[in-house]
Write a protein that binds this ligand. Sequence first.
Ligand SMILES: C[S@@+](CC[C@H](N)C(=O)[O-])C[C@H]1O[C@@H](n2cnc3c(N)ncnc32)[C@H](O)[C@@H]1O
Length: 397
Amino acid sequence: MRPGDLIGPVEVGPIAHGGHCVARVDGRVVFVRHALPGEIVRVRVVEVTSRFARADAIALLTAAPERVQPPCPAAGSCGGCDFQHVEPSFQAELKRRVLAEQLQRLAGIEWNGVVEQVQPVLGSRVRMRFVRADDGGLGLRAHRSHSVVPLPADGCRIAHASMPVNVRESAPDFGHREAFAAQAGANVVRFRDPVEYLGVVSAEGGRLVAAGSAASGEVVTQQVGQRDFAVGVDGFWQSHLAAPEVLSAVVLRGLRAIGGEVAFDLYCGVGVFAGALVDAGCRVWGIEGSKAAIVHARRNVPEAIFFAGDVERTLSRLPKRADLVVLDPPRAGAGKAVMAAVARLRPRAIGYVACDPAALARDLGVARALGYEPEAITGYDLFGMTHHLEAVAILTR
Ligand SMILES: C[S@@+](CC[C@H](N)C(=O)[O-])C[C@H]1O[C@@H](n2cnc3c(N)ncnc32)[C@H](O)[C@@H]1O
C-alpha cells in the first residue's frame, strides 16, 4: 500500500477518536475520513506508516442512512470540518461512541451517558483562525496539511453570521470588512501579510485581525448570563457562542455549591467558572497560566482571588483545603501531578471540563486511583460538523 493508491471496495468499521472510521485492508488498519460506519467505499490512500494507513473515501458504493448532503461546498477538502456529510444528531451519536470507547479503554469506566447536541450547529463559532489563501482571500487549512482551502464565496458555514468572512448573512458588519480591505490597500477584500487572521464575534460585533498584530492584543467583551467578561482577541474563549453559559450551568449544577464554600477555578482563563462560583456564594480562588488572562480575570470577577502561573507550581499559594475544584485544562489534560495535588485538597466534589476525551479518560483513571469516582459524565457537542466534543465529569470522594 502506498500514498495515492486507489483501493476498494472497503467496508468501513467503527468511528475512532480523531474524526475517522477504522477499516481493515489486507490485515492493515486504515483510518478512513469522509465515511461512516457500515458504508462500502473506495478510498485513496494518503499516508502509510508501519502501523496503519490513512485514506480518504472518494467513492460511495453503499451509503449509510445517516449520510446527508454537506451544507458547505468546501466539505471534503477543507480541514475545518470532519462531519459535514453526517446528519447532525448522528454526529453527536458518533461522539458518544468515541467518549464511551476512550473511557472504557483508558479508565476502565463503563459509561452509558449521552452527548447532548448544543444548538446552533451552523453559525455557532464566535472565534476562529483563518489563513490567507493563494488568491489573497481567506481560507482554512486542509486536513493534516499546510495547504489552504479558500472559504466559499459567501463564507464559512460554521462561523457565526457576524463573523466578517460571512458575506451574505453579515450585512451589519460588512462595513468592517470593507474597512479592513481599505486598510489593506485594496478595493476588494485581498489579504496580504501576515498569514493568519483571528476572527472574533463579541458584544462589540465581528472583528478580523491579523495574528500577532497590535490589534490581536485588543480586548473585546463577551457576555455570560448577567456578567461581562473582558477577553483578549488572541486570548482563550470558547468557540461555540453558547459554550460558556452551557458549561458553567452544568458544572454549577453538578457541584451543588453551597454558599460560603471554598472553590478553586483551575486553568481559569478570564474567570468564567470563577464568576459562576462567586454568583453561587462561594469564596473563590483561580489559577491561570496566561498573565494577560489573569489581568482580565481580576477585573471580570473582582470578588475572587487570582494567581498567574502554572497550576501545578502555583497551587501551593492557595488555601490547603477546598470544598470544590473546577478543572478546565488544555487539550493535554491536567496530568497525574495536578490530579494528585487536587486530591490532597480533599474537595467534596470536582468538576472536570474536558475538550479531549482521551485526556479526560487518563485523568479520570488517575482520579479513581486517588479515591475520586465519576458521579456523572456528560458530553456536549459544542463543535458541530467537527469530531471535537466537550465533556463534563463530576467527581466525588
Ligand atoms: C480550555 S482553556 C479554559 C479557560 C477557561 N476555563 C474558560 O472556560 O474560558 C485552558 C486554559 O488553561 C491555561 N493553561 C494551559 N496550561 C496551563 C498550566 N500549565 N497552568 C495554568 N494554566 C494553563 C490556558 O492559558 C487556557 O486559558
